[in-house]
Ligand binder design. Structure first.
Ligand code: FES
Length: 74
């Protein structure tokens, strides 16, 4: 299911971004090398981030490893 219609970001992709270190809704856009347009997805992406954290809490994957895409973002 899409959580950002402007950029075609799905819940599954939010989970991927969270696993790579995204902590805020705009981090998710940065991870996918795009930017928020209308901003209507802030609440939905934030909720998807919380859900992704809960879903991955028992996984061995680090939740907050800084990906290269975020480390270089200004
Ligand atoms: S729906 Fe995400 S920026 Fe518009």
């Amino acid at each position: 299911m899409y959580v950002c219609n402007c950029n075609g970001i799905t819940e599954t992709e939010v989970k991927e971004a969270v696993r790579s270190g995204a902590e805020k809704w705009d981090d998710v856009h940065t991870y996918f090398d795009c930017a928020p347009c209308c901003g209507k997805c802030e609440c939905e992406i934030s909720e998807a981030i919380c859900q992704a954290r809960r879903d991955t809490a028992t996984d061995d994957a680090p939740l907050f490893a800084a990906p290269a895409a975020l480390a270089t973002a200004g």
